[in-house]
Design a protein around this ligand. Structure first.
Ligand code: ATP
Ligand code: MG
Length: 272
């Protein structure tokens, strides 16, 4: 059974793409078959896996969704790129920005991405969707296609309002479109362990949300090496394998693998 996980937060720059890459490749090193889907017209996931000019790629998520919408056949592995660290990728580029508006006028507009994912997911243990920083149609499509959503939160500020809005959206999608959707948990990212401020924020987030939602035990540290990986097209495990960020993403990967087994029923049912 494959599991589809959306990595979402409408706030920009919180570590969605970095988490998608390093959770994805982390799962590969645990023996899983993984497909990453770039669902952001910025193409940052595509770029951070080393495809420097996403705009020159012909077959992308946009064209594959278009085919799924038009019920045209999609050939085996069509458009899927194979990264040397073992992960597969559906790339994206600027064309996806047209999809956001095109979706408004089609039948079953919330399920276009799901229709595409349903054609490929049987080949994978995990499909991870790197969401765009908005709560528009592409993110709704990602939530409609997902079994679970992981929410990276940058431990630099108190995210109260934005986070609540995201949780409300997830609940709405669960009620109206995808009853199976769960919040996997909140992942604290870019935690600067040297400052009391970051530690305080991490503590406040845990205090406010841990009663209702899973907050992953692992915190991703602020790391220059992690920031550099996107430019080199490699995961943190290749780029700085014994560094703190690599260690944290390894731990986080294990938590995600374990969470399926020991999910806290009370928390997973919090969103209704
Ligand atoms: P967007 O909303 O634009 O899609 P995002 O949520 O996907 O952004 P990333 O692109 O993963 O966020 O990260 C934002 C920036 O922070 C990038 O420049 C990235 O290299 C950097 N970054 C990510 N994780 C860390 C980290 N642990 N420590 C320091 N910098 C990081
Ligand atoms: Mg991103």
């Amino acid at each position: 059974m494959s599991k589809v996980i959306a990595i979402a937060n409408q706030k920009g720059g919180v570590g969605k793409t970095t988490t998608t890459v390093n959770l994805g490749i982390g799962l590969v090193s645990e023996g899983k078959k993984v497909l990453l889907i770039d669902c952001d017209a910025q193409g940052s996931l595509t770029e951070s896996l080393g495809y420097q000019n996403p705009d020159n790629i012909n077959i992308t998520l946009s064209s594959l969704m278009q085919k799924a919408i038009e019920e045209q056949p999609i050939t085996d592995s069509e458009g899927i790129l194979h990264h040397k660290e073992g992960v597969d990728l559906v790339p994206a580029n600027i064309e996806l920005s047209g999809m956001e508006t095109a979706l408004v006028n089609i039948m079953n507009r919330e399920r276009a991405l799901k229709s595409y994912i349903d054609t490929v997911k049987n080949k994978y243990d995990y499909v991870l969707i790197d969401c765009t920083p908005s709560l528009g149609m592409l993110t709704i499509n990602s939530l409609a296609a997902a079994d679970e959503v992981i929410i990276p939160v940058q431990a630099h500020y108190l995210p109260a309002k934005g986070l609540q809005q995201l949780i409300t959206t997830v609940s709405k999608v669960k009620r109206q479109i995808n009853p199976n959707l769960k919040i996997g948990g909140i992942l604290l990212t870019m935690v600067d362990k040297r400052t009391n401020y970051a530690k305080d924020i991490a503590r406040v987030i845990r205090m406010n949300y841990a009663k209702h939602l899973t907050i992953y035990k692992t915190e991703i540290p602020l790391s220059i090496k992690a920031a550099e990986t996107s430019a080199v097209g490699k995961s943190i495990y290749e780029y700085d394998k014994s560094g703190k960020a690599a260690e944290a993403y390894r731990e986080f990967t294990k938590e995600v693998l374990d969470s399926g087994k020991q999910r806290n029923k009370h928390k997973s049912e919090y969103i209704r």
